[in-house]
Structures are given as structure tokens and as C-alpha cells.
Design a protein around this ligand. Structure first.
Ligand SMILES: Nc1nc2c(c(=O)[nH]1)N[C@H]1C(S)=C(S)[C@@H](COP(=O)(O)OP(=O)(O)OC[C@H]3O[C@@H](n4cnc5c(=O)[nH]c(N)nc54)[C@H](O)[C@@H]3O)O[C@H]1N2
Ligand SMILES: Nc1nc2c(c(=O)[nH]1)N[C@H]1C(S)=C(S)[C@@H](COP(=O)(O)OP(=O)(O)OC[C@H]3O[C@@H](n4cnc5c(=O)[nH]c(N)nc54)[C@H](O)[C@@H]3O)O[C@H]1N2
Ligand code: SF4
Ligand SMILES: [Mo]
Length: 689
């Protein structure tokens, strides 16, 4: 590969962007070749550590399958290499044709997690608004927005940062940090060394549960009942923060009245967690409050009742007085840089953003269109046709629910462009595949909000013919006629300068400080001096939300028992998908040979008693069948303590046999629009050899 390093020999400090942790790393270059990557000891986010995926950056960067030239699909379905100029000219011409035939809203963009948030995300948002279409899609229609919306609805802020390191009690709820949140592990270890306690609430005995003082295992998707039970106990035993409730909240009486039925006995009946454990957890919270730090993960968010479950947890945080205190649940102040999006200048709401009618809260608070509804539009079953899409850094043919429909929908587009490193399952459906730049070929701002710190990553390499995300959007915008107005900056560095301008921090300062700069000191209890920006406009913590009532949604975060209980007769198992694995990043990294040796194929985790009942041995092939599809994988029989007999667990990112073949796309959380990925009713059949 013809990669040109910015220096021939030495180290360059930058930030790993192989996951959202963004560890500070040093790239060693010898004779223009990347020979090593090591963690930086001085950055608060990773303090000298890095993970096995980050250490594999060379495997990814120099991978022999990496796409280095644009590809165009030919009529016989194969791909041929073309020049970047030809690819962009043809894409622009086709986009203009779609605009002429079907209107601007028939075009769309989609960004994936790998270029998530801030600058990279905002380029995609800006591009499509400037084109005249409101149809911006992203992985966030299934990631994090459940939590974002829940926290915004309760206390107005979204970037809820648990301060485990200063807490007296840590509660991990539907999350397994050893697999996916490396800094949490250090913070929790520090806290426990000081004497803090750890509660883990998870349907599986996940690795972090082995360290817990209390481990509670609710039945899948019943966490809301447990959270309500804890609130009820704290209210009835008078163990809550009266001042916060009286002076800084609304809706408490309504909340307390709804909580009444969640006695320990009722919680046990709903969740399977015995009543003594419910009381034990509540008492530990009562003893250790207010320094209680909680983190809800995708185990809660990927549920039909996801936002409401997390709203109860957010309410619990306020109840115990943990809101925005050191060692509690805090939010941070922003840098105050410029935003690239155009929602004020070009709202385009009259163009009917896809999903804004069915999931109005998601669109109103997040300006996020709904990817699952988009599939209907691509299949000509929506309000208007969706004909074109430019997709970067995502693999929805694996990562979105209902793989069969996603494949049909994407195949039905008149123009489908994918920007990726590899010919993924999604890229194979594209008309054009563009060679994407890795984080080592980009320079962008990184906000480490928890530390109120901003840093700039370094461009370490340039590969001729490979363009960074900004250049791609810029070059297309100029071909489409709105480049001069909306993408006037000639490169990413100029954009960064423009973003930073109002902040008082300059690009040069950040270049001179690769470890980043603290932009503001951290303050606590900010709600005492400024109103909380809750969407109902009360300025207070909202135990009940007037705002939701406007959309016909319940003011109180009601608990609704899971759907799978209704179909247990035909689908006796609950399939949970997507518990993270340390080696893999969603559908990525399966093409790294040494990772493949460890994880050669998709495996579903099964309880030994269930395996015996189904006459299964380890590594037997099984077919998992849901109401909408099926997928064939290998059985992995785990220890009886790890999983409940009627629960199965399957990683979500397998490219060869995507678990999303069995997950539902249209049975969603009414607030966030999220699929219930962690609670799919299924049955299992052994595949006879
Ligand atoms: N069943 C089930 N499905 C799930 C989940 C689940 O738990 N269960 N989890 C969901 C969640 S939370 C998320 S966030 C989504 C993630 O879903 P996606 O965002 O679609 O993530 P990936 O499937 O990994 O696809 C990312 C693609 O981007 C490419 N890529 C990596 N880095 C870069 C880069 O720097 N630039 C560009 N242009 N491309 C890059 C990779 O090669 C890969 O093909 O999956 C969701 N899907
Ligand atoms: N290595 C790696 N790291 C990653 C990612 C990756 O793909 N790979 N993805 C990143 C992204 S985009 C995201 S969104 C985060 C996700 O981060 P997390 O949400 O922390 O994901 P997991 O560690 O898989 O934790 C989910 C846990 O929920 C449990 N669970 C499932 N259903 C239920 C339930 O009904 N109730 C309860 N209480 N628990 C349940 C599962 O057993 C599992 O232990 O990880 C990020 N980090
Ligand atoms: S946790 Fe690993 S993959 Fe994520 S940023 Fe750090 S080193 Fe990179
Ligand atoms: Mo995610």
C-alpha cells in the first residue's frame, strides 16, 4: 500500500477512534511504516492503557482486502475500479436526476457509529439539509438515543456521566464494562479500593457480575418493575432527598402514587428477583446515598419499554440526591464551539422527515430520522419514495433489524453509495463503493466531556486516492451546486478552525497540546443556579412529563411487561442479541485473521439444561426461528450460572449469519423508536447433520 506517513521515523501522538472511548495513543513509524501503537500514560481517558482492538490498528490499516480505489457495480453484479473523479461525477449526476424526478427528500445520508458524533456526524447532517432533504439517518436510531431521550426527559441533560471513581455505590444496569467501556473498569476498581460497593443488574452473569457485592438477575426486559420497586421502597421509608424533590422537581406526587403497587412481592412476581434482594438493593442505596453512581446500558435501552425503564432510573438518581454531585450522576458543560448543522437556517420540517410522524420525540429532541421506517420508504411503501442514499461507516445489512427487509430495501434504491474500508455485506449492495479514510488519515476535534477537555487528533498518513469524510462531502457538495455556500472550507483543518473560533482555543494550541486542553473547570449542582432544560419547560426535574402528554404518550414512565410473555407457547425462548465482545466492534474486525482464530463463527449461548432438552452438544448447528425469520449458528453451552434456562445470547455483528435476520423492525419503543433487540421471542431447532 502506498501510504505516506507525515514523518519518516518517530512517534506521533493521536487518538484511537476504533471505538468511542478514543484513547490517547502513540503511533510508532519506522521508515514510513507504522510498526507499533502504544497507549499514552498522561491522558485521563486511558491513563496508559489500551485494548486489544486498538492494538490491532495495523491489521486494519494495512489489511490486504482494504478498498483503495472507488468501485462501480457493473450490470453483471461484479465491481470494477474507476477513478474518484468519475465516481463522484456519476454520483452527483444521479443524485440530481433523483431530485428532478422525485424531489430533494428522495435523497438521504446515513452515518454509522465509526464516524459518530460532532464534526464527522455534522458533515453528513449539513450535507443532506443543504441538498434540501431532511432525511439524515444513522446508527443512533438504535444506539444511545434511548438513554439520551430518557435523561433529557427527566433532567434536561443528555450527557449523563457517572462519576464511579468518587462514588460510594456503583450500579451497573444492563451493561458489561469489561467488554466495552475500558475506563469504567479503572474507575470502578478505584472506587472499590476506597470501599465503594458494586451492584450489577443483568440478565446474564456477565464478567463484571463476579465482582459485585449484589448481583440481581431480572427476567429479560422487566427492569422497569425493579427500578419502580426501588423508588417505592425509598419513598415509603422516607429515604429520599426532600429538598431536591420539593424545590427542584415536578410531578413527584403522581410518580409516588404510581410507584405504590411495586411492592417487593410484586417486583419479585414481575422480574423473578426475589423480594429479599429487592430490599437489600434498596437498603444499600439508602445507606450509601447520595454518592450513588448508576449507568444503564443497551440491556435496558434495546427494549420496547427502553426509554421509560431508563426514565425511572434517572428519576431514582434525583430521588437519592445523586443529581449532579461529585460521585453521583452528573452532566457536563460544553465547549461552546460552532455547530455545523443547518436546522435553524433550513429546518425542512415541511418536507416530512422520515419517522417524525411515528416517533415525534426522537425527531423533535434529536433530529434523527427513523432507519427502520426508512426501509418502508425505500420499498415504495412510505408516504413518498426514498430513492437515493449515501452511507458512510455503517453496515446496516448486518446491524439493523430485519436483515431480509433491509437487504431488499437497500437493493431497491436507484443510487446507493457506500464509503467503507471493506466490501461489507452492505457495500456489496451498493452501486458505488468509495475507499474510506481511517482515523489515522483524518484530523478532528475530540471532546472528552467527562473531563471537559478538548483534543485534536493528528493525521498520521495520507493514501493517494483515499479521501477523508470532509473531502468526500465537500467534493460532492461542489458538484451539486451548494459547495461554495455550505462547504466553503478547503480542508478539515479549516473547518476545525471555524468550529473553534468562538471558544478562545486555537487550532495551533491544540496542535501543540496533543494531550488536549481542559476548557472549563467542572462544576456541580448546576441546577441550583440555572433552570434545567427539560422539554416541558418547567426548568425542574420531571418525575412526570407534560411534554410527552402532548404526543399522546404517558406522562409517567409506566412499566409494561414484555411482549415475549404473550407468545411463549410457540416461542419459548428469549433471544438477547448484541452483548459486546472485547475482540469485535459491531460487524468489524472479523476479518483480522488472529481474531478469527479465536472467534471463527457465530455462536449462540445456551444453558446446559436447555441444551439437554434440545439434545444439543457443544458446536452443534442450530436454527433460531422468530416470527419474522431465521438464522443458523453454532451452539455454545455455557455454565449453568451464566444464563437463565429460557434465555439465549447471540452477538449481533456476525457478517456471515446476521442475527438481525430474526429481530423485529416494526415493534418499537414508542418514544425512541428503538427495536427490542434484547427480548426476541424465538424457538430453536437442532440441524440434523
Ligand atoms: N441485534 C442487534 N443489532 C445491533 C445492536 C445490538 O445490540 N443487537 N447494537 C446496535 C448498536 S448500539 C450500534 S451502535 C449499531 C452499529 O452499527 P453500525 O454503525 O452499522 O456498525 P458496523 O456494523 O460495525 O459497521 C461499521 C462499518 O464502518 C466501517 N468503518 C469503520 N471505521 C470507519 C471509518 O473511520 N470511516 C468509514 N467511512 N468507515 C469505517 C467498518 O468497516 C464497518 O463496515 O449496531 C446496532 N445493531
Ligand atoms: N468491544 C466493543 N466495545 C463496544 C462496542 C462493540 O461493538 N465492541 N460497541 C459500542 C457501542 S456503539 C455501544 S452502544 C456500547 C454498548 O455497551 P453496553 O450497553 O454496556 O453493552 P454490553 O456490554 O453488551 O452490555 C449489555 C448487557 O445487557 C445485558 N442485558 C440484556 N438484556 C437485558 C435486560 O433485559 N436487563 C438487564 N438488566 N440486562 C440485560 C446483557 O447480558 C449484557 O451484559 O458498547 C460500545 N463499546
Ligand atoms: S478502547 Fe481500544 S479500540 Fe477503543 S479507543 Fe481505546 S484502544 Fe482504541
Ligand atoms: Mo451503539
Amino acid at each position: 500500500m502506498n501510504a505516506k506517513a507525515i514523518i519518516q521515523n518517530g512517534t506521533v501522538q493521536t487518538m484511537c477512534r476504533m471505538c468511542d472511548t478514543r484513547c490517547a495513543v502513540k503511533i510508532q513509524i519506522d521508515n514510513g511504516i507504522m510498526t507499533d501503537v502504544t497507549p499514552d500514560a498522561n491522558h485521563p481517558v486511558n491513563e496508559g492503557r489500551m485494548c486489544v482492538r486498538g492494538a490491532a490498528v495495523r491489521d486494519l490499516f494495512y489489511h490486504p482486502d482494504r478498498i483503495l480505489k472507488p468501485l462501480k457495480r457493473t450490470p453483471d453484479g461484479t465491481f470494477m475500479e474507476i477513478s474518484y473523479e468519475q465516481a463522484l461525477d456519476e454520483i452527483a449526476e444521479k443524485a440530481l436526476h433523483i431530485k428532478k424526478e422525485s424531489g430533494t427528500r428522495a435523497m438521504s445520508v446515513w452515518k454509522g457509529e465509526a464516524v459518530g458524533f460532532f464534526q464527522q456526524e455534522e458533515y453528513a447532517r449539513r450535507f443532506i439539509q443543504a441538498f434540501g432533504s431532511p432525511n439524515y439517518f444513522s446508527n443512533d436510531a438504535t444506539c444511545f438515543n434511548g438513554r439520551y431521550l430518557a435523561y433529557r426527559l427527566v433532567n434536561g441533560f443528555w450527557d449523563n456521566f457517572p462519576e464511579f471513581e468518587h462514588a460510594d455505590l456503583v450500579i451497573l444496569w444492563g451493561t458489561n464494562p469489561p467488554a466495552c467501556h475500558m475506563p469504567f473498569m479503572r474507575e470502578i476498581a478505584d472506587a472499590m479500593q476506597r470501599g465503594a460497593k458494586l451492584i450489577v443488574i443483568d440478565t446474564r452473569r456477565n464478567p463484571i457480575a463476579y465482582q459485585a457485592d449484589i448481583f440481581a438477575r431480572p427476567m429479560t426486559a422487566t427492569d422497569g418493575a425493579l427500578a419502580w420497586g426501588l423508588c417505592r421502597y425509598l419513598i415509603t421509608t422516607n429515604n429520599y432527598d426532600h429538598q431536591l424533590v420539593e424545590d427542584y422537581s415536578v410531578g413527584f406526587d403522581q410518580f409516588a402514587a404510581y410507584a405504590e403497587k411495586f411492592t417487593p412481592e410484586y417486583v419479585e412476581q414481575q422480574t423473578g428477583v426475589d423480594r429479599q434482594t429487592v430490599v437489600e438493593i434498596a437498603e444499600m442505596i439508602a445507606r450509601r446515598r447520595p454518592k450513588v453512581s448508576m449507568y444503564p446500558g443497551t440491556g435496558l435501552e434495546h427494549q420496547k419499554n427502553g426509554v421509560n425503564n431508563i426514565r425511572v432510573i434517572a428519576a431514582l438518581e434525583s430521588l437519592v440526591g445523586a443529581l449532579d454531585i461529585k460521585g453521583g450522576c452528573t452532566w457536563r458543560e460544553s465547549l461552546g464551539g460552532r455547530n455545523l448543522t443547518l436546522y435553524d437556517e433550513l429546518p425542512l420540517f415541511d418536507q416530512q422527515p422520515i419517522g417524525a410522524d411515528t416517533f415525534p420525540v426522537l425527531y423533535d429532541l434529536r433530529k434523527e430520522c427513523h432507519t427502520m421506517t426508512a426501509m418502508e420508504y425505500m420499498l415504495d411503501q412510505g408516504e413518498y419514495p426514498l430513492r437515493g442514499m449515501i452511507l458512510t461507516a455503517a453496515n446496516p445489512a448486518v446491524s439493523n433489524p430485519n436483515t431480509r427487509k433491509v437487504t431488499e430495501a437497500l437493493s431497491n434504491l436507484d443510487l446507493f453509495v457506500v464509503n467503507d474500508f471493506f466490501l461489507t455485506r452492505t457495500a456489496k449492495l451498493a452501486h458505488y463503493v468509495l475507499p474510506a479514510a481511517t482515523f489515522l488519515e483524518r484530523s478532528e476535534l475530540h471532546y472528552y466531556s467527562k473531563y471537559q477537555r478538548v483534543g485534536l487528533s493528528q493525521k498520521v498518513f495520507e493514501i493517494p486516492g483515499v479521501h477523508d469524510e470532509y473531502t468526500l462531502w465537500h467534493d460532492l457538495a461542489h458538484r451539486l451546486g451548494f459547495g461554495e455556500k455550505y462547504f466553503p472550507w478547503s480542508n478539515e483543518e479549516e473547518v476545525t478552525r471555524w468550529i473553534l473560533e468562538p471558544t478562545g482555543i486555537t487550532l495551533e494550541e491544540l496542535q501543540n497540546h496533543p494531550e488536549g486542553l481542559v476548557y472549563k473547570p467542572i462544576r456541580y449542582k448546576k441546577y441550583e443556579t440555572a433552570p434545567l432544560p427539560t422539554p416541558s419547560g418547567t426548568g425542574k426535574v420531571e418525575f412526570a412529563s407534560e411534554y410527552l402528554k402532548k404526543f399522546g404518550l404517558s406522562e409517567i414512565p409506566e412499566y409494561i411487561p414484555p411482549y415475549y410473555l404473550q407468545v411463549k407457547k410457540n416461542y419459548p425462548f428469549v433471544l438477547q442479541t448484541g452483548a459486546r465482545k472485547p475482540l469485535l466492534y459491531h460487524s468489524g474486525h472479523q476479518n483480522i485473521p488472529r481474531f478469527r482464530t479465536i472467534l471463527p463463527t457465530a455462536q449462540v449461548e445456551i444453558h446446559p439444561a436447555t441444551a439437554a432438552r434440545l439434545d444439543l452438544k457443544d458446536k452443534d448447528r442450530v436454527k433460531i426461528i422468530s416470527e419474522i425469520g431465521s438464522v443458523e449458528v453454532e451452539a455454545k453451552i455455557v455454565h449453568k450460572n451464566e444464563i437463565l434456562p429460557d434465555v439465549l445470547e447471540l452477538y449481533h455483528g456476525w457478517q456471515d449469519s446476521p442475527p438481525n435476520f430474526v429481530t423485529f423492525d416494526l415493534r418499537n419503543d414508542p418514544i425512541s423508536g428503538f427495536p427490542s433487540w434484547k427480548a426476541v421471542p424465538v424457538r430453536v431447532e437442532k440441524i440434523q447433520k
